[in-house]
Design a protein around this ligand. Sequence first.
Ligand SMILES: Cc1cc2nc3c(=O)[nH]c(=O)nc-3n(C[C@H](O)[C@H](O)[C@H](O)COP(=O)(O)O)c2cc1C
Length: 305
Amino acid sequence: MADLSVRFAGLSLRNPFLLASGVWGESGDSLAGAWAAGAGGVITKSIGAVPRAGYPNPTIETYERWGLLNAMGLPNPGIGEYPREIEVAQRAGALVIGSVFAGDATEFARLARRMAATGVIAIELNLSCPHAEGFGTEVGSEPEDVEKIVRAVVAEVRVPVIAKITPNTSDPAGLASAAEAGGAAAVSAINTVRALAIDVHLRRPVLAHGLGGLSGAAIKPIGLACIWQIYEAVSIPIIGIGGIGSGQDALEYAMAGARAVEVGTAVAFDGISVFARLPRELAGLLDELGFARFEDAVGAAHTRV
Ligand SMILES: Cc1cc2nc3c(=O)[nH]c(=O)nc-3n(C[C@H](O)[C@H](O)[C@H](O)COP(=O)(O)O)c2cc1C
Protein backbone atom coordinates (compact mmCIF):
# COMPACT_ATOMS: atom_id res chain seq x y z
CA MET A 1 0.00 0.00 0.00
CA ALA A 2 1.45 3.39 -1.01
CA ASP A 3 2.60 5.66 1.83
CA LEU A 4 0.34 8.73 2.03
CA SER A 5 2.11 10.50 4.87
CA VAL A 6 3.53 13.92 4.01
CA ARG A 7 6.16 16.15 5.57
CA PHE A 8 6.64 19.73 4.50
CA ALA A 9 7.11 23.18 6.01
CA GLY A 10 7.73 21.61 9.42
CA LEU A 11 4.38 19.78 9.33
CA SER A 12 3.97 16.04 9.49
CA LEU A 13 0.58 14.73 8.33
CA ARG A 14 -0.83 11.19 8.13
CA ASN A 15 -2.22 11.92 4.65
CA PRO A 16 -2.33 14.94 2.32
CA PHE A 17 -6.08 15.67 2.64
CA LEU A 18 -6.90 18.78 4.69
CA LEU A 19 -10.35 20.15 5.41
CA ALA A 20 -10.49 23.50 3.50
CA SER A 21 -11.37 26.66 5.38
CA GLY A 22 -14.98 27.70 5.78
CA VAL A 23 -16.94 24.82 4.35
CA TRP A 24 -17.41 22.57 7.36
CA GLY A 25 -15.07 23.85 10.06
CA GLU A 26 -17.12 26.38 12.00
CA SER A 27 -17.42 24.52 15.29
CA GLY A 28 -14.92 22.48 17.25
CA ASP A 29 -17.16 19.45 16.84
CA SER A 30 -17.28 19.75 13.06
CA LEU A 31 -13.48 20.08 12.91
CA ALA A 32 -13.18 17.04 15.18
CA GLY A 33 -15.62 15.16 12.94
CA ALA A 34 -13.51 15.73 9.84
CA TRP A 35 -10.45 14.56 11.75
CA ALA A 36 -12.23 11.44 13.02
CA ALA A 37 -13.39 10.68 9.47
CA GLY A 38 -9.75 10.53 8.35
CA ALA A 39 -8.57 14.03 7.31
CA GLY A 40 -4.81 14.61 7.55
CA GLY A 41 -5.54 17.96 9.22
CA VAL A 42 -8.33 20.49 9.53
CA ILE A 43 -8.40 24.22 8.77
CA THR A 44 -10.72 26.53 10.69
CA LYS A 45 -13.20 28.95 9.20
CA SER A 46 -11.39 32.26 8.60
CA ILE A 47 -11.46 34.16 11.88
CA GLY A 48 -11.30 37.95 12.22
CA ALA A 49 -10.58 40.34 15.07
CA VAL A 50 -14.24 40.87 15.99
CA PRO A 51 -17.49 38.91 15.51
CA ARG A 52 -19.01 39.31 12.04
CA ALA A 53 -22.52 38.36 10.93
CA GLY A 54 -21.74 37.94 7.22
CA TYR A 55 -24.17 38.78 4.41
CA PRO A 56 -27.95 38.26 4.44
CA ASN A 57 -29.38 35.22 2.64
CA PRO A 58 -29.34 33.89 0.02
CA THR A 59 -25.62 33.26 0.40
CA ILE A 60 -25.31 30.00 -1.55
CA GLU A 61 -26.39 28.72 -4.98
CA THR A 62 -25.80 25.08 -5.91
CA TYR A 63 -25.11 23.84 -9.44
CA GLU A 64 -25.95 20.14 -9.55
CA ARG A 65 -22.64 18.29 -9.00
CA TRP A 66 -20.26 20.71 -10.62
CA GLY A 67 -20.14 23.73 -8.39
CA LEU A 68 -21.21 25.97 -5.59
CA LEU A 69 -21.49 29.75 -5.68
CA ASN A 70 -21.19 31.48 -2.31
CA ALA A 71 -20.97 34.90 -0.76
CA MET A 72 -21.13 34.21 2.95
CA GLY A 73 -19.31 37.44 3.86
CA LEU A 74 -16.87 35.77 6.28
CA PRO A 75 -19.31 35.22 9.17
CA ASN A 76 -17.34 34.23 12.29
CA PRO A 77 -17.44 34.64 16.07
CA GLY A 78 -14.15 36.57 16.25
CA ILE A 79 -10.82 35.62 17.83
CA GLY A 80 -12.15 36.34 21.34
CA GLU A 81 -14.65 33.46 21.18
CA TYR A 82 -13.16 31.03 18.68
CA PRO A 83 -10.24 29.53 20.66
CA ARG A 84 -12.71 27.43 22.69
CA GLU A 85 -13.79 25.69 19.44
CA ILE A 86 -10.18 24.99 18.52
CA GLU A 87 -9.68 23.49 21.95
CA VAL A 88 -12.61 21.10 21.40
CA ALA A 89 -11.03 19.88 18.16
CA GLN A 90 -7.57 19.60 19.71
CA ARG A 91 -8.94 17.59 22.62
CA ALA A 92 -10.29 15.15 20.04
CA GLY A 93 -6.73 14.79 18.73
CA ALA A 94 -7.14 16.90 15.58
CA LEU A 95 -4.22 18.71 13.97
CA VAL A 96 -5.72 22.18 13.54
CA ILE A 97 -4.52 24.92 11.21
CA GLY A 98 -5.94 28.35 12.05
CA SER A 99 -7.19 30.56 9.21
CA VAL A 100 -7.30 34.32 9.78
CA PHE A 101 -8.39 37.36 7.77
CA ALA A 102 -7.67 41.04 8.38
CA GLY A 103 -7.61 44.38 6.59
CA ASP A 104 -3.90 45.20 6.86
CA ALA A 105 -0.51 43.86 7.94
CA THR A 106 -0.71 45.18 11.49
CA GLU A 107 -4.12 43.63 12.13
CA PHE A 108 -3.03 40.35 10.50
CA ALA A 109 0.02 40.17 12.78
CA ARG A 110 -2.00 40.88 15.94
CA LEU A 111 -4.62 38.32 14.99
CA ALA A 112 -2.07 35.69 14.00
CA ARG A 113 -0.36 36.01 17.36
CA ARG A 114 -3.65 35.33 19.15
CA MET A 115 -4.39 32.43 16.81
CA ALA A 116 -0.91 30.96 17.38
CA ALA A 117 -1.52 31.09 21.15
CA THR A 118 -4.26 28.45 20.71
CA GLY A 119 -1.64 25.84 19.78
CA VAL A 120 -2.56 25.50 16.08
CA ILE A 121 0.13 23.72 14.03
CA ALA A 122 0.17 26.44 11.35
CA ILE A 123 -1.60 29.61 10.32
CA GLU A 124 -3.23 30.12 6.93
CA LEU A 125 -3.67 33.73 5.83
CA ASN A 126 -6.84 34.37 3.87
CA LEU A 127 -5.49 36.76 1.24
CA SER A 128 -8.03 35.63 -1.29
CA CYS A 129 -11.74 35.70 -0.36
CA PRO A 130 -13.29 37.31 -3.49
CA HIS A 131 -16.36 38.91 -1.96
CA ALA A 132 -15.55 40.62 1.36
CA GLU A 133 -15.04 44.36 1.14
CA GLY A 134 -11.76 45.43 2.71
CA PHE A 135 -10.50 41.84 3.15
CA GLY A 136 -9.31 38.82 1.18
CA THR A 137 -8.61 39.65 -2.46
CA GLU A 138 -8.73 43.37 -1.68
CA VAL A 139 -5.58 43.04 0.45
CA GLY A 140 -4.09 40.07 -1.41
CA SER A 141 -4.01 41.13 -5.07
CA GLU A 142 -0.78 43.13 -5.12
CA PRO A 143 2.58 41.39 -4.57
CA GLU A 144 3.83 44.24 -2.34
CA ASP A 145 0.80 43.89 -0.04
CA VAL A 146 1.16 40.10 0.13
CA GLU A 147 4.85 40.33 0.99
CA LYS A 148 4.24 42.99 3.63
CA ILE A 149 1.42 41.05 5.33
CA VAL A 150 3.33 37.76 5.31
CA ARG A 151 6.49 39.44 6.65
CA ALA A 152 4.54 41.07 9.49
CA VAL A 153 2.91 37.77 10.48
CA VAL A 154 6.11 35.71 10.21
CA ALA A 155 7.82 38.18 12.56
CA GLU A 156 5.06 37.63 15.11
CA VAL A 157 4.57 33.83 15.26
CA ARG A 158 6.74 30.70 15.49
CA VAL A 159 4.40 28.32 13.62
CA PRO A 160 4.57 27.91 9.83
CA VAL A 161 2.67 30.59 7.90
CA ILE A 162 0.72 29.56 4.80
CA ALA A 163 -0.38 32.29 2.39
CA LYS A 164 -3.64 31.45 0.59
CA ILE A 165 -3.44 32.95 -2.89
CA THR A 166 -6.28 34.21 -5.09
CA PRO A 167 -6.98 32.89 -8.59
CA ASN A 168 -8.65 36.21 -9.46
CA THR A 169 -5.45 37.71 -10.83
CA SER A 170 -3.39 37.53 -14.00
CA ASP A 171 -0.31 36.43 -12.06
CA PRO A 172 -0.90 33.96 -9.20
CA ALA A 173 2.76 32.92 -9.38
CA GLY A 174 3.81 36.54 -8.75
CA LEU A 175 1.69 36.61 -5.60
CA ALA A 176 3.15 33.28 -4.46
CA SER A 177 6.69 34.58 -5.06
CA ALA A 178 5.85 37.64 -2.96
CA ALA A 179 4.64 35.36 -0.16
CA GLU A 180 7.89 33.40 -0.40
CA ALA A 181 9.91 36.64 -0.25
CA GLY A 182 7.95 37.62 2.87
CA GLY A 183 8.97 34.39 4.59
CA ALA A 184 5.91 32.15 4.09
CA ALA A 185 6.58 28.48 4.87
CA ALA A 186 4.10 27.45 2.17
CA VAL A 187 1.42 28.79 -0.15
CA SER A 188 -2.04 27.40 -0.73
CA ALA A 189 -4.14 28.00 -3.85
CA ILE A 190 -6.85 28.52 -4.87
CA ASN A 191 -9.67 30.29 -3.09
CA THR A 192 -12.99 30.61 -4.95
CA VAL A 193 -13.22 32.14 -8.43
CA ARG A 194 -15.24 35.39 -8.67
CA ALA A 195 -18.58 34.52 -10.25
CA LEU A 196 -22.23 35.59 -10.59
CA ALA A 197 -25.66 33.98 -10.93
CA ILE A 198 -28.71 35.87 -12.26
CA ASP A 199 -32.37 35.18 -11.51
CA VAL A 200 -34.25 36.21 -14.67
CA HIS A 201 -37.63 36.29 -12.94
CA LEU A 202 -36.45 38.64 -10.22
CA ARG A 203 -34.15 40.45 -12.71
CA ARG A 204 -31.35 40.50 -10.17
CA PRO A 205 -28.42 38.46 -8.91
CA VAL A 206 -29.37 35.27 -7.08
CA LEU A 207 -27.14 35.96 -4.08
CA ALA A 208 -28.03 38.85 -1.80
CA HIS A 209 -24.47 40.16 -2.11
CA GLY A 210 -24.48 39.96 -5.92
CA LEU A 211 -20.99 38.71 -6.75
CA GLY A 212 -19.80 35.50 -5.14
CA GLY A 213 -17.09 32.87 -5.41
CA LEU A 214 -17.33 29.62 -7.40
CA SER A 215 -15.96 26.37 -5.96
CA GLY A 216 -16.21 22.66 -6.73
CA ALA A 217 -15.48 20.50 -9.79
CA ALA A 218 -15.94 23.45 -12.19
CA ILE A 219 -12.81 25.19 -10.88
CA LYS A 220 -10.44 22.21 -10.82
CA PRO A 221 -8.73 23.10 -14.13
CA ILE A 222 -8.23 26.68 -12.89
CA GLY A 223 -6.72 25.45 -9.64
CA LEU A 224 -4.42 23.07 -11.49
CA ALA A 225 -3.19 25.85 -13.77
CA CYS A 226 -2.40 28.06 -10.76
CA ILE A 227 -0.50 25.26 -9.00
CA TRP A 228 1.40 24.53 -12.21
CA GLN A 229 2.50 28.15 -12.57
CA ILE A 230 3.30 28.61 -8.88
CA TYR A 231 5.42 25.41 -8.83
CA GLU A 232 7.61 26.83 -11.58
CA ALA A 233 8.03 30.12 -9.68
CA VAL A 234 8.69 29.22 -6.02
CA SER A 235 10.65 26.68 -4.02
CA ILE A 236 8.42 26.62 -0.92
CA PRO A 237 5.79 23.84 -0.69
CA ILE A 238 2.37 24.33 -2.31
CA ILE A 239 -1.02 23.14 -1.07
CA GLY A 240 -3.52 22.59 -3.90
CA ILE A 241 -7.21 23.50 -3.62
CA GLY A 242 -10.15 23.57 -5.99
CA GLY A 243 -12.66 20.93 -6.99
CA ILE A 244 -10.92 17.98 -5.37
CA GLY A 245 -13.42 15.16 -4.91
CA SER A 246 -11.52 11.99 -5.79
CA GLY A 247 -8.16 10.33 -5.31
CA GLN A 248 -7.38 11.06 -8.94
CA ASP A 249 -8.10 14.79 -8.50
CA ALA A 250 -5.58 14.85 -5.63
CA LEU A 251 -2.97 13.04 -7.73
CA GLU A 252 -3.46 15.51 -10.58
CA TYR A 253 -2.76 18.33 -8.13
CA ALA A 254 0.31 16.50 -6.80
CA MET A 255 1.69 15.99 -10.29
CA ALA A 256 1.12 19.69 -10.99
CA GLY A 257 3.19 20.46 -7.88
CA ALA A 258 1.06 20.20 -4.71
CA ARG A 259 2.48 18.52 -1.57
CA ALA A 260 -0.94 18.42 0.10
CA VAL A 261 -4.50 19.33 -0.87
CA GLU A 262 -7.54 20.93 0.72
CA VAL A 263 -11.07 19.69 0.21
CA GLY A 264 -14.11 21.95 0.55
CA THR A 265 -17.12 21.62 -1.73
CA ALA A 266 -16.84 17.81 -1.94
CA VAL A 267 -17.44 17.80 1.82
CA ALA A 268 -20.47 20.07 1.39
CA PHE A 269 -21.91 17.71 -1.26
CA ASP A 270 -20.94 14.31 0.16
CA GLY A 271 -20.35 14.85 3.88
CA ILE A 272 -17.21 14.27 5.93
CA SER A 273 -17.03 10.59 4.97
CA VAL A 274 -15.06 11.86 1.91
CA PHE A 275 -12.06 11.90 4.26
CA ALA A 276 -12.28 8.11 4.52
CA ARG A 277 -12.84 7.61 0.78
CA LEU A 278 -10.20 10.00 -0.62
CA PRO A 279 -7.10 8.43 1.03
CA ARG A 280 -8.34 4.97 0.01
CA GLU A 281 -8.80 6.03 -3.63
CA LEU A 282 -5.45 7.83 -3.72
CA ALA A 283 -3.53 4.88 -2.25
CA GLY A 284 -5.16 2.51 -4.76
CA LEU A 285 -4.26 4.75 -7.69
CA LEU A 286 -0.66 5.24 -6.52
CA ASP A 287 -0.28 1.45 -6.23
CA GLU A 288 -1.69 1.00 -9.72
CA LEU A 289 0.73 3.58 -11.16
CA GLY A 290 3.75 2.23 -9.29
CA PHE A 291 4.35 5.07 -6.81
CA ALA A 292 5.55 3.80 -3.41
CA ARG A 293 4.88 7.17 -1.76
CA PHE A 294 2.51 10.07 -2.48
CA GLU A 295 5.46 12.43 -2.15
CA ASP A 296 7.18 10.73 -5.12
CA ALA A 297 4.38 12.03 -7.37
CA VAL A 298 4.81 15.70 -6.41
CA GLY A 299 5.72 17.71 -9.51
CA ALA A 300 5.88 14.56 -11.66
CA ALA A 301 4.09 16.26 -14.57
CA HIS A 302 6.86 18.90 -14.79
CA THR A 303 9.58 16.37 -15.49
CA ARG A 304 10.32 16.27 -19.22
CA VAL A 305 10.92 12.75 -20.50
C1 LIG B 1 -19.33 28.07 1.72
C2 LIG B 1 -17.86 28.36 1.59
C3 LIG B 1 -17.21 29.10 2.58
C4 LIG B 1 -15.85 29.38 2.48
N1 LIG B 1 -15.23 30.09 3.47
C5 LIG B 1 -13.88 30.32 3.40
C6 LIG B 1 -13.20 30.99 4.46
O1 LIG B 1 -13.77 31.36 5.48
N2 LIG B 1 -11.86 31.21 4.31
C7 LIG B 1 -11.15 30.78 3.20
O2 LIG B 1 -9.93 30.99 3.13
N3 LIG B 1 -11.78 30.11 2.20
C8 LIG B 1 -13.11 29.87 2.28
N4 LIG B 1 -13.72 29.18 1.27
C9 LIG B 1 -12.93 28.70 0.12
C10 LIG B 1 -12.49 27.25 0.31
O3 LIG B 1 -11.64 27.09 1.44
C11 LIG B 1 -11.74 26.73 -0.96
O4 LIG B 1 -10.59 27.54 -1.18
C12 LIG B 1 -12.62 26.80 -2.21
O5 LIG B 1 -13.96 26.46 -1.91
C13 LIG B 1 -12.11 25.86 -3.32
O6 LIG B 1 -12.06 24.51 -2.90
P1 LIG B 1 -13.27 23.46 -3.21
O7 LIG B 1 -13.53 23.49 -4.69
O8 LIG B 1 -12.75 22.14 -2.72
O9 LIG B 1 -14.46 23.92 -2.42
C14 LIG B 1 -15.10 28.90 1.36
C15 LIG B 1 -15.76 28.15 0.37
C16 LIG B 1 -17.11 27.86 0.47
C17 LIG B 1 -17.77 27.05 -0.61
